[in-house]
Structure formats: structure tokens, C-alpha cells
Write a protein that binds this ligand. Structure first.
Ligand code: FES
Length: 74
């Protein structure tokens, strides 16, 4: 089973856990999800209005359609 979820954020969400800062992945690319591992750097240079997907080696690909009906995480 698989599902498509659109993520449009390109940086993590910082939250405080006690006195420590924890960074939650908001881009969906982290290998340590739900925690940020810095993979959001792959999203730099994404084109506004386009949908991209990333293969397992981290290479960016352009989607053929905008998947406007898919629910996203903004
Ligand atoms: S926000 Fe996703 S890896 Fe950093």
C-alpha cells in the first residue's frame, strides 16, 4: 500500500521539549521522520506552482500533473 501526501514546507518546525529544541520535519523528505535530518535542503530551488517528487537517491523529478485534489500538509 502507498499514499501520496503533498508537503509544501521547506524547513522544519522547531518545538521545545523541556529545555531542548527539537526539529520536526515539515518537508516529508527526512529519513528519520518525524524528526528533521537536514534532507529539506533537497527542496531548495523547487519551482512555485509545480509538484516535485524525489526518488530514493534524492534526485528531484517534476510531476506530470499538479495533483490539486490531493490533500496536503501546508
Ligand atoms: S524539514 Fe524535512 S528534513 Fe528537515
Amino acid at each position: 500500500m502507498a499514499r501520496l501526501v503533498k508537503h509544501s514546507k521547506t524547513e522544519p518546525l522547531e518545538i521545545a521539549v523541556g529545555s531542548e529544541a527539537v526539529y520536526i520535519c515539515m518537508c516529508g523528505l527526512s529519513a528519520t521522520y518525524p524528526y528533521c535530518d537536514g534532507s529539506h535542503s533537497m527542496a531548495e530551488g523547487e519551482e512555485a506552482g509545480k509538484v516535485h517528487w524525489y526518488d530514493k537517491d534524492g534526485f528531484r523529478n517534476d510531476a506530470e500533473e499538479d495533483f490539486s485534489s490531493i490533500r496536503g500538509l501546508d
